[in-house]
Design a protein around this ligand. Sequence first.
Ligand code: GCW
Length: 662
Amino acid sequence: MNNEDGYELWLRYRQVSDTERLAQYRHALNSIVVPGASATAAIIKAELARALPALLGVPVPLSHEPVGNALVVGASVSEADRRRLGEEGFLIRCHQSEGGDRIFVTGNTDIAALRGAFHFLRLLQIEGDIRGLDLLSRPRIQHRILAHWDNLDGSIERGYAGRSLWHWEELPARIDPRIHDYARACASIGINGVCLNNVNADPRILTAETLEKAAALAALFRPYGLRVYLSPFFAAPMVLGGLDSSDPRDLAVASWWQRKAEEIYRLIPDFGGFQVKANSEGQPGPQDYGATHADGANMLADALAPHGGIVLWRAFVYDVAIDADRAKCATKEFVPLDGQFRPNVFVQAKNGPIDFQPREPFHPLFGAMRHTPLALELQITQEYLGQSVYLVYLGEMWKEVLESDTYAEGPGSTVARVVDGSLNHHAASCIVGVANTGSDRNWCGHHFAQANWYAFGRLAWDHTLSAETIADEWIRMTWSNDQAVVNAIKTMMLGSWQTCVNTMTPLGLHHLMQEGHHYGPDPGFNGARRADWNNVYFHRADSMGLGFDRSSTGSNAVSQYHSPLREQFDSLETCPDKYLLWFHHVPWDYRLRSGRTLWEELQMRYAAGVAGVERMRAIWASLQGRIDPQRHTHVSQRLEQQLGNARLWRQTCLDYFGQFVR
Ligand code: GCW
């Protein structure tokens, strides 16, 4: 078995192994016709010409007219279909004709045809049945954006896979050819936006010089259906423009942004918009002038609106003056502003109210702002989840969030329906994933972290897909179609998130990681300058018990959720175990549903964290010889490291919490 380095990601076209399927595909695909002449059509041609001969093991020529049974990509659609498909939706349909059978992959635009072409290739990659295909697929969420926390110096905030792919210093003169492969990967899973820079923004992102660099990337991305977004520095009018204020209500400030927007759109006509972190963790913002988040967002929105751009205004704020419980701050700050935002503003909230922890209950904002489109921000990069050492499949976590019921409009008011716009009747919708890519040869540091990039794209396109279906596809494309291998890897992946939660923060614990870098345990950490940057703030262990009391007799964060969740979370008896210590300060000898006391359960969970990694390690070892040696060894080494770290978590946390147990 040949060594592989993981560079090809899931676009790893190997000859189909099932002989019946192979015969079916060879029969159906004698030639390829891509009638379009655009840059996108050229990309479709190149992808099919690369993929089909490799998958089928025989030449599949590109031709102007169908020869024999043919795949035709990009042909026009009927009037009725046109309306159903929107801009990016596609159809895949089989037709029989005299000259031969045809498989048509069509859409309203070449970009739609590109999406369809990748979908069709995926069917072959997973060795599916392509006879009689008749499918229509369109995205459920409109803007599906990867957010890169890349700095202009090439470093990446919370990046664990090397340096920035952009090579800012070489742009615009040289564009790393690798970026084409990045764009192919994004296009193949339906991502349609890329925010190039860190939300902790460098003001220089908006200089004329940097904008030319961004424009070079935008030009590369355009035919792949990817728009570029930027994270501006809110005080740029002062830092770059020499104004003496950045007050959003100041006309000179607003007109500076208008001119900046004009300059951007001259260079990047399809520019997507701004993603903004303001008045959060030291970033400047409208509140510096006594103005509100709405004032700030609207001023930027007005500058972008004439050009069709949007503002993603982040709700990751936790000013202690707002509430002593950090989990409550964002909702308290933003709900009073609901209804005040321009139509091209999204308020963008993380999945949970604290900060991308291994598990959090969903962010209450999703049930609380009915008049504003809310963008969901997920973190693909594993800042708090073992970085590029841990094998953690995040598809399951994201499904839990998406399927969480906010009860905003009674049962069935899921986060997914808030985000896709259907619940509150918003035409616009957006989801953002903080990217885990970098210059490492395998893109994501850990071979299995590629699955999270993949899963983000697939869920952004269709949040009704199950985590298991997505894992199944990814495994077949990335590793093997051998059913035994697929089953083994799927078992590893589907248990991996719960294993990570058990390893670090079982039963609703959160934020116990080492300061700053957030890898490894440090439950006793108490040296930060802000109370809510200390780990003891979050777990509150004492001789009475463990956990943050957010019940109605504590911080009352439960009140930010709708009934019946509010009551369910509020009562120790009905609060789900997985959120127990998130919402309650629980006595050490309290008996959980399992019959074990809290202290016994905690020991059991930390042990389960270690056992889970041991199980993954054993399964992976059993796959030796069925996976290429290079990738097999790489993952084995990571699992070994993960195991060591899981043991450290168990020991550190049980030693630490044990001191409080009488
Ligand atoms: O998760 C925290 C990270 C910061 C990050 C911040 C945010 C970009 O520790 O590195 O800053 O959240 O989301 O703004």
